[in-house]
Ligand binder design. Sequence first.
Ligand SMILES: C[S@@+](CC[C@H](N)C(=O)[O-])C[C@H]1O[C@@H](n2cnc3c(N)ncnc32)[C@H](O)[C@@H]1O
Length: 240
Amino acid sequence: MIWIDQAVARRLTDLIRRLETARPSLAALRDALPARLGNTALFFREWMRGPGMVGAVCSSSRYLATEMAGLVPPGNGLVIELGAGTGMVTQALLDHGISPRRLIIVERSEGFVAHLRHRFPEATVIHGDAANLCELIPQGLPIAAIVSSLPLRSLPADQRTQIIAQWRQALSQDGSLIQFTYDIRPQTHTCASDHAFSVTHSRIVWANLPPARVLHARLSVRTDSLPNVLAVNQPADPSP
Ligand SMILES: C[S@@+](CC[C@H](N)C(=O)[O-])C[C@H]1O[C@@H](n2cnc3c(N)ncnc32)[C@H](O)[C@@H]1O
């Protein structure tokens, strides 16, 4: 039999009571973490949870983000940002003059979604999969641009095909598709006329880890075959 004197028993009881009352505040702290973590820590945590889905080892540099945002044409149509992560590109889009009312973000990671909603309360942040884009966004409104940081090359081929088919369906005929890739080789092969998208402009941003190529593409005149744009047929690697 274990003998505990009254003083020790009282202290133990007191400790247990304090731990019980602390539990809700610990839960609140854990819930608040995504909003309070620095971008790097948040990115690392989400990368640990799903390296293939995040597809990069750190968030985009502001140079890459600014290059992407600068390719969004002026106008009134909606701007859809896919895979916003920590919000580097989102911030650049707002800095570029895109009203948060025109901006719809689709992000699959719950942790990033919590962070984005906290950081950009005026933008619409949808927790969802870009493969279901047309079901997630408002119907009947013109989509002026899709700005994507999705890790296309590390996603399964069927998912990639589905995502690009959704772009083709959602984007206005004269809309812009903006995507970056860590494959910095010239992307001329993506301009073939039987592809759904044609690259109209591309530029390497060296000030990013690793350097990345930003592509601007438009719907091709012919849209009767599945698109092959943006390194769709290249081997999977952990990069967009
Ligand atoms: C390369 S990271 C984006 C980095 C971001 N530009 C930043 O600076 O933090 C790719 C992002 O795409 C998201 N993602 C991956 N697959 C997705 C999907 N099918 N639908 C929506 N988001 C997806 C990941 O959760 C991640 O946030």
